[in-house]
Design a protein around this ligand. Structure first.
Ligand code: PMP
Length: 385
Protein backbone atom coordinates (compact mmCIF):
# COMPACT_ATOMS: atom_id res chain seq x y z
CA UNK A 1 0.00 0.00 0.00
CA UNK A 2 1.40 3.42 -0.83
CA UNK A 3 1.90 6.06 1.79
CA UNK A 4 -1.14 8.13 0.85
CA UNK A 5 -3.44 5.09 1.00
CA UNK A 6 -1.95 4.18 4.35
CA UNK A 7 -2.28 7.72 5.68
CA UNK A 8 -5.85 8.03 4.38
CA UNK A 9 -6.84 4.85 6.17
CA UNK A 10 -5.04 5.52 9.41
CA UNK A 11 -4.92 9.29 9.87
CA UNK A 12 -7.92 11.66 9.75
CA UNK A 13 -7.36 14.10 6.87
CA UNK A 14 -4.15 12.09 6.22
CA UNK A 15 -2.43 14.94 8.00
CA UNK A 16 -1.91 16.31 11.51
CA UNK A 17 -2.46 19.84 10.20
CA UNK A 18 -5.56 20.45 8.12
CA UNK A 19 -3.94 23.12 5.99
CA UNK A 20 -1.42 20.51 4.83
CA UNK A 21 -3.94 17.81 3.93
CA UNK A 22 -4.20 16.43 0.36
CA UNK A 23 -7.88 17.41 0.59
CA UNK A 24 -6.91 21.05 0.39
CA UNK A 25 -5.03 20.82 -2.91
CA UNK A 26 -5.73 19.93 -6.54
CA UNK A 27 -4.97 16.47 -7.95
CA UNK A 28 -1.65 17.45 -9.46
CA UNK A 29 -0.19 18.38 -6.06
CA UNK A 30 2.41 16.20 -4.34
CA UNK A 31 1.05 14.40 -1.28
CA UNK A 32 4.09 14.50 0.93
CA UNK A 33 7.28 16.50 1.25
CA UNK A 34 10.52 14.55 1.56
CA UNK A 35 12.84 17.32 2.68
CA UNK A 36 13.89 20.91 2.22
CA UNK A 37 16.75 23.38 2.20
CA UNK A 38 16.53 27.17 2.19
CA UNK A 39 13.37 28.08 0.30
CA UNK A 40 13.20 24.79 -1.65
CA UNK A 41 11.44 21.54 -0.79
CA UNK A 42 11.57 18.21 -2.59
CA UNK A 43 8.93 15.60 -3.20
CA UNK A 44 9.44 12.41 -5.20
CA UNK A 45 12.69 13.74 -6.65
CA UNK A 46 11.11 17.03 -7.81
CA UNK A 47 12.12 20.38 -6.39
CA UNK A 48 9.67 23.16 -5.56
CA UNK A 49 10.20 26.80 -4.64
CA UNK A 50 8.20 27.05 -1.44
CA UNK A 51 6.25 30.09 -0.22
CA UNK A 52 4.33 28.33 2.54
CA UNK A 53 7.31 28.06 4.91
CA UNK A 54 5.59 25.25 6.84
CA UNK A 55 2.66 27.68 7.47
CA UNK A 56 4.90 30.34 9.02
CA UNK A 57 7.49 28.74 11.33
CA UNK A 58 10.31 28.69 8.78
CA UNK A 59 11.61 32.25 9.10
CA UNK A 60 15.26 31.69 8.11
CA UNK A 61 14.90 28.81 5.66
CA UNK A 62 14.60 25.04 5.86
CA UNK A 63 17.50 23.32 7.62
CA UNK A 64 19.21 26.53 8.62
CA UNK A 65 22.69 25.43 9.63
CA UNK A 66 23.18 28.11 12.27
CA UNK A 67 20.00 27.17 14.16
CA UNK A 68 20.43 23.44 13.61
CA UNK A 69 23.89 23.62 15.20
CA UNK A 70 22.33 24.97 18.42
CA UNK A 71 19.87 22.08 18.43
CA UNK A 72 22.43 19.39 17.63
CA UNK A 73 24.87 20.67 20.25
CA UNK A 74 22.13 20.67 22.84
CA UNK A 75 21.19 17.07 22.03
CA UNK A 76 24.78 15.89 21.77
CA UNK A 77 26.23 17.51 24.87
CA UNK A 78 23.29 17.85 27.24
CA UNK A 79 19.99 16.33 26.14
CA UNK A 80 16.57 17.84 25.70
CA UNK A 81 14.36 16.88 28.64
CA UNK A 82 15.07 16.28 32.32
CA UNK A 83 13.50 15.75 35.72
CA UNK A 84 13.97 19.37 36.82
CA UNK A 85 13.93 22.58 34.76
CA UNK A 86 16.93 23.39 32.57
CA UNK A 87 18.80 26.73 32.72
CA UNK A 88 17.89 27.41 29.09
CA UNK A 89 14.33 28.14 30.23
CA UNK A 90 15.51 31.12 32.28
CA UNK A 91 17.89 32.23 29.53
CA UNK A 92 15.26 32.26 26.79
CA UNK A 93 12.68 33.83 29.12
CA UNK A 94 15.08 36.72 29.69
CA UNK A 95 15.66 37.08 25.94
CA UNK A 96 11.91 37.25 25.30
CA UNK A 97 11.34 39.91 27.97
CA UNK A 98 13.90 42.07 26.18
CA UNK A 99 12.25 41.59 22.78
CA UNK A 100 8.49 41.54 23.44
CA UNK A 101 7.11 44.81 24.87
CA UNK A 102 4.40 43.30 27.11
CA UNK A 103 6.54 40.38 28.36
CA UNK A 104 7.33 40.67 32.06
CA UNK A 105 7.02 36.93 32.69
CA UNK A 106 7.10 33.95 30.34
CA UNK A 107 5.49 30.50 30.28
CA UNK A 108 6.77 28.06 27.64
CA UNK A 109 4.47 25.63 25.88
CA UNK A 110 4.61 23.71 22.62
CA UNK A 111 1.92 24.81 20.11
CA UNK A 112 0.27 28.11 19.33
CA UNK A 113 -3.02 26.65 20.54
CA UNK A 114 -1.48 25.73 23.91
CA UNK A 115 -0.53 29.35 24.44
CA UNK A 116 -3.92 30.78 23.44
CA UNK A 117 -5.70 28.21 25.61
CA UNK A 118 -3.47 29.13 28.56
CA UNK A 119 -4.10 32.84 27.93
CA UNK A 120 -7.87 32.35 27.88
CA UNK A 121 -7.79 30.30 31.09
CA UNK A 122 -5.58 32.85 32.82
CA UNK A 123 -7.81 35.75 31.76
CA UNK A 124 -10.89 33.96 33.06
CA UNK A 125 -9.27 33.25 36.42
CA UNK A 126 -7.83 36.77 36.74
CA UNK A 127 -11.02 38.67 35.85
CA UNK A 128 -13.45 36.13 37.32
CA UNK A 129 -15.45 36.49 34.12
CA UNK A 130 -16.19 33.97 31.39
CA UNK A 131 -16.75 35.47 27.94
CA UNK A 132 -13.94 35.91 25.42
CA UNK A 133 -14.51 37.99 22.28
CA UNK A 134 -12.19 37.20 19.40
CA UNK A 135 -11.14 37.97 15.87
CA UNK A 136 -8.90 35.55 13.95
CA UNK A 137 -7.93 31.89 14.33
CA UNK A 138 -6.33 30.78 17.58
CA UNK A 139 -5.92 27.02 17.32
CA UNK A 140 -8.12 23.99 17.85
CA UNK A 141 -8.03 24.14 21.63
CA UNK A 142 -10.09 27.34 22.00
CA UNK A 143 -11.98 26.91 18.74
CA UNK A 144 -15.47 26.57 20.26
CA UNK A 145 -15.02 28.72 23.34
CA UNK A 146 -14.98 32.16 21.79
CA UNK A 147 -17.48 34.77 20.61
CA UNK A 148 -16.28 36.16 17.27
CA UNK A 149 -16.62 39.80 16.24
CA UNK A 150 -16.00 41.20 12.76
CA UNK A 151 -15.18 44.84 13.37
CA UNK A 152 -14.77 47.57 15.93
CA UNK A 153 -18.40 48.67 15.69
CA UNK A 154 -19.64 45.23 16.64
CA UNK A 155 -17.24 45.25 19.55
CA UNK A 156 -18.35 48.70 20.75
CA UNK A 157 -22.00 47.65 20.61
CA UNK A 158 -21.51 44.29 22.28
CA UNK A 159 -24.30 44.06 24.90
CA UNK A 160 -22.64 41.84 27.56
CA UNK A 161 -19.36 43.64 28.23
CA UNK A 162 -19.78 43.19 31.99
CA UNK A 163 -19.16 39.46 31.53
CA UNK A 164 -16.16 39.75 29.20
CA UNK A 165 -12.90 38.31 30.55
CA UNK A 166 -10.81 39.15 27.50
CA UNK A 167 -10.63 40.31 23.92
CA UNK A 168 -8.34 37.97 21.98
CA UNK A 169 -7.24 39.17 18.54
CA UNK A 170 -4.72 38.57 15.83
CA UNK A 171 -3.42 42.14 15.99
CA UNK A 172 -2.38 42.31 12.33
CA UNK A 173 -6.09 42.34 11.41
CA UNK A 174 -6.39 45.89 12.81
CA UNK A 175 -4.62 49.21 12.46
CA UNK A 176 -2.96 51.03 15.35
CA UNK A 177 -5.92 53.34 16.04
CA UNK A 178 -8.31 50.38 16.14
CA UNK A 179 -6.06 48.45 18.50
CA UNK A 180 -5.88 51.48 20.80
CA UNK A 181 -9.70 51.70 20.74
CA UNK A 182 -9.96 48.01 21.62
CA UNK A 183 -7.50 48.53 24.46
CA UNK A 184 -9.59 51.46 25.81
CA UNK A 185 -12.74 49.36 25.70
CA UNK A 186 -10.97 46.59 27.62
CA UNK A 187 -9.75 49.07 30.22
CA UNK A 188 -13.20 50.60 30.57
CA UNK A 189 -14.84 47.23 31.25
CA UNK A 190 -12.04 45.50 33.16
CA UNK A 191 -11.34 42.93 30.43
CA UNK A 192 -7.86 41.81 29.40
CA UNK A 193 -6.45 42.50 25.96
CA UNK A 194 -4.69 39.43 24.52
CA UNK A 195 -2.70 39.57 21.30
CA UNK A 196 -2.36 36.31 19.41
CA UNK A 197 1.03 36.93 17.83
CA UNK A 198 1.51 33.29 16.85
CA UNK A 199 1.83 34.39 13.21
CA UNK A 200 2.95 38.01 13.57
CA UNK A 201 5.64 37.45 16.22
CA UNK A 202 9.22 37.28 14.92
CA UNK A 203 7.86 38.14 11.48
CA UNK A 204 6.29 41.65 11.32
CA UNK A 205 8.84 42.66 13.95
CA UNK A 206 10.76 40.48 16.40
CA UNK A 207 8.38 41.63 19.15
CA UNK A 208 5.33 41.29 16.89
CA UNK A 209 2.64 43.83 16.05
CA UNK A 210 2.78 45.22 19.60
CA UNK A 211 6.32 46.39 18.86
CA UNK A 212 5.53 47.53 15.31
CA UNK A 213 2.40 49.55 16.15
CA UNK A 214 3.29 50.44 19.73
CA UNK A 215 0.18 49.02 21.41
CA UNK A 216 0.88 46.93 24.48
CA UNK A 217 -1.59 44.14 25.37
CA UNK A 218 -1.95 42.55 28.82
CA UNK A 219 -1.02 39.09 27.55
CA UNK A 220 0.38 37.74 24.27
CA UNK A 221 0.96 34.38 22.60
CA UNK A 222 3.99 33.63 20.44
CA UNK A 223 4.99 30.50 18.56
CA UNK A 224 5.54 29.76 14.87
CA UNK A 225 8.61 31.72 13.76
CA UNK A 226 10.39 31.96 17.11
CA UNK A 227 12.51 28.81 16.58
CA UNK A 228 12.66 28.38 12.77
CA UNK A 229 10.36 25.37 12.77
CA UNK A 230 11.29 23.66 16.03
CA UNK A 231 8.31 23.25 18.34
CA UNK A 232 7.89 25.92 21.00
CA UNK A 233 5.33 28.51 22.06
CA UNK A 234 5.18 31.11 24.80
CA UNK A 235 2.51 32.86 26.80
CA UNK A 236 3.89 36.20 27.98
CA UNK A 237 2.45 39.21 29.76
CA UNK A 238 2.10 41.54 32.69
CA UNK A 239 3.66 40.24 35.90
CA UNK A 240 0.57 40.84 38.05
CA UNK A 241 -1.51 38.63 35.74
CA UNK A 242 1.14 36.02 34.96
CA UNK A 243 1.77 35.49 38.70
CA UNK A 244 -1.66 33.96 38.94
CA UNK A 245 -0.15 30.93 37.15
CA UNK A 246 1.58 30.29 40.50
CA UNK A 247 -1.73 30.37 42.32
CA UNK A 248 -5.14 29.60 40.91
CA UNK A 249 -4.62 29.40 37.13
CA UNK A 250 -3.42 25.91 36.32
CA UNK A 251 -1.11 25.52 33.32
CA UNK A 252 1.55 22.77 33.27
CA UNK A 253 2.97 20.61 30.47
CA UNK A 254 5.55 17.81 30.26
CA UNK A 255 7.29 19.21 27.20
CA UNK A 256 7.04 22.93 27.99
CA UNK A 257 10.72 23.10 29.01
CA UNK A 258 12.02 20.89 26.21
CA UNK A 259 15.45 22.14 25.23
CA UNK A 260 15.20 21.45 21.48
CA UNK A 261 12.73 24.29 21.04
CA UNK A 262 14.60 26.50 23.51
CA UNK A 263 18.01 25.95 21.89
CA UNK A 264 16.50 26.57 18.45
CA UNK A 265 14.88 29.75 19.78
CA UNK A 266 18.23 31.11 20.97
CA UNK A 267 19.81 30.33 17.59
CA UNK A 268 16.90 31.89 15.71
CA UNK A 269 16.89 35.08 17.77
CA UNK A 270 20.67 35.50 17.45
CA UNK A 271 20.66 34.97 13.69
CA UNK A 272 17.61 37.18 13.14
CA UNK A 273 19.34 40.02 14.99
CA UNK A 274 22.76 39.45 13.41
CA UNK A 275 21.42 39.33 9.85
CA UNK A 276 18.65 41.89 10.34
CA UNK A 277 16.15 39.36 9.03
CA UNK A 278 13.08 41.52 9.67
CA UNK A 279 14.41 44.26 7.32
CA UNK A 280 15.04 41.62 4.66
CA UNK A 281 11.48 40.31 4.94
CA UNK A 282 10.07 43.84 4.63
CA UNK A 283 12.30 44.68 1.69
CA UNK A 284 11.47 41.50 -0.26
CA UNK A 285 7.78 41.71 0.67
CA UNK A 286 7.50 45.34 -0.40
CA UNK A 287 9.13 44.53 -3.75
CA UNK A 288 6.84 41.51 -4.23
CA UNK A 289 3.75 43.55 -3.36
CA UNK A 290 4.55 46.36 -5.79
CA UNK A 291 5.33 44.02 -8.68
CA UNK A 292 2.35 41.80 -7.94
CA UNK A 293 -0.04 44.76 -7.84
CA UNK A 294 1.28 45.74 -11.26
CA UNK A 295 0.62 42.23 -12.66
CA UNK A 296 -2.85 42.08 -11.11
CA UNK A 297 -3.70 45.37 -12.87
CA UNK A 298 -2.08 44.32 -16.12
CA UNK A 299 -4.22 41.19 -16.45
CA UNK A 300 -7.24 42.33 -14.37
CA UNK A 301 -6.60 39.20 -12.34
CA UNK A 302 -9.20 38.89 -9.53
CA UNK A 303 -6.68 38.63 -6.70
CA UNK A 304 -6.85 40.97 -3.70
CA UNK A 305 -3.90 41.45 -1.37
CA UNK A 306 -3.83 42.19 2.33
CA UNK A 307 -1.45 42.00 5.27
CA UNK A 308 2.05 43.29 5.97
CA UNK A 309 4.89 42.71 3.44
CA UNK A 310 6.55 39.78 5.35
CA UNK A 311 3.31 37.80 4.84
CA UNK A 312 1.12 39.07 2.02
CA UNK A 313 -2.19 37.21 1.99
CA UNK A 314 -4.35 36.94 -1.09
CA UNK A 315 -7.93 36.14 -1.93
CA UNK A 316 -9.55 35.15 -5.21
CA UNK A 317 -12.75 33.34 -6.22
CA UNK A 318 -12.65 29.68 -5.25
CA UNK A 319 -12.61 28.22 -8.78
CA UNK A 320 -9.82 30.59 -9.83
CA UNK A 321 -7.90 29.66 -6.68
CA UNK A 322 -8.08 25.97 -7.66
CA UNK A 323 -6.69 26.80 -11.12
CA UNK A 324 -4.07 29.03 -9.54
CA UNK A 325 -2.84 26.18 -7.29
CA UNK A 326 -2.86 23.71 -10.17
CA UNK A 327 -0.87 25.99 -12.46
CA UNK A 328 1.65 27.29 -9.89
CA UNK A 329 2.60 23.78 -8.73
CA UNK A 330 3.01 22.67 -12.37
CA UNK A 331 5.64 25.37 -12.67
CA UNK A 332 7.43 24.39 -9.47
CA UNK A 333 5.89 26.90 -7.05
CA UNK A 334 4.38 25.74 -3.77
CA UNK A 335 2.03 28.33 -2.31
CA UNK A 336 -1.44 28.38 -0.74
CA UNK A 337 -3.06 31.68 0.17
CA UNK A 338 -0.21 33.85 1.41
CA UNK A 339 3.41 34.61 0.66
CA UNK A 340 5.18 33.47 3.83
CA UNK A 341 8.58 34.95 3.21
CA UNK A 342 11.70 33.79 4.96
CA UNK A 343 15.33 34.92 4.97
CA UNK A 344 16.30 32.52 2.18
CA UNK A 345 13.84 34.16 -0.25
CA UNK A 346 16.18 36.49 -2.11
CA UNK A 347 15.29 38.61 -5.12
CA UNK A 348 15.82 35.71 -7.56
CA UNK A 349 13.19 33.61 -5.75
CA UNK A 350 10.72 36.52 -5.81
CA UNK A 351 11.42 37.08 -9.50
CA UNK A 352 10.82 33.38 -10.26
CA UNK A 353 7.45 33.62 -8.56
CA UNK A 354 6.56 36.82 -10.41
CA UNK A 355 7.61 35.17 -13.70
CA UNK A 356 5.20 32.30 -13.06
CA UNK A 357 2.41 34.76 -12.19
CA UNK A 358 3.11 36.67 -15.40
CA UNK A 359 2.67 33.41 -17.31
CA UNK A 360 -0.42 31.98 -15.61
CA UNK A 361 -2.54 35.09 -14.93
CA UNK A 362 -3.27 35.68 -18.65
CA UNK A 363 -3.83 31.94 -19.29
CA UNK A 364 -6.36 31.73 -16.47
CA UNK A 365 -8.07 34.97 -17.55
CA UNK A 366 -8.37 33.79 -21.17
CA UNK A 367 -9.86 30.51 -19.97
CA UNK A 368 -6.98 28.57 -21.47
CA UNK A 369 -6.51 26.33 -18.46
CA UNK A 370 -9.01 23.92 -16.97
CA UNK A 371 -8.95 22.03 -13.77
CA UNK A 372 -7.31 18.76 -14.73
CA UNK A 373 -8.98 16.41 -12.31
CA UNK A 374 -11.42 17.28 -9.64
CA UNK A 375 -9.91 18.63 -6.50
CA UNK A 376 -9.65 15.62 -4.28
CA UNK A 377 -12.66 15.91 -2.00
CA UNK A 378 -14.30 19.01 -3.38
CA UNK A 379 -13.64 22.70 -3.76
CA UNK A 380 -15.44 23.48 -0.52
CA UNK A 381 -12.26 22.58 1.26
CA UNK A 382 -10.68 25.66 -0.22
CA UNK A 383 -13.27 27.73 1.61
CA UNK A 384 -12.99 26.21 5.05
CA UNK A 385 -9.75 27.52 6.41
N1 PMP B 1 -2.97 31.49 16.42
C1 PMP B 1 -2.80 31.79 15.13
C2 PMP B 1 -2.89 33.22 14.71
C3 PMP B 1 -2.55 30.78 14.19
O1 PMP B 1 -2.40 31.09 12.89
C4 PMP B 1 -2.46 29.45 14.64
C5 PMP B 1 -2.17 28.29 13.70
N2 PMP B 1 -2.25 28.51 12.39
C6 PMP B 1 -2.65 29.19 15.99
C7 PMP B 1 -2.88 30.23 16.85
C8 PMP B 1 -2.59 27.79 16.50
O2 PMP B 1 -1.31 27.32 16.53
P1 PMP B 1 -1.03 25.74 16.56
O3 PMP B 1 -1.59 25.19 15.29
O4 PMP B 1 0.45 25.65 16.68
O5 PMP B 1 -1.72 25.20 17.77
Amino acid sequence: MDHLELARQLIPWASQTRSKSYKRFPDNYPWFIDGGKGCYVTSGGKQYLDFISALGPIILGYRDEYVDAYVMDQIKFNGNLFSLPHKLEAEVAEMLTKIIPCAEMVCFLKNGGDATMAAVRLARVYTEKRLVLNRGYHGWAVFDQLIPFENLNMLKNYPDWDYVAAVLVEPELFNGAELRDIKSLCEEYGALLIFDEVVSGFRIAMGGVQEFLGVKPDLACFSKAMANGYPISALVGRREIMERLEKDAFVSTTFGGDCIGLAACIGTIRKMKKENVISHLWEMGTYLKEELEWLINKYSFPMTLHGFPPMIHFKMPEDIHALFLQETIKRGIMIYNSHNLNFSHKRTAINSLLGVYDEIFPLIMKGEVHLEGNLVGNTQFLRQW
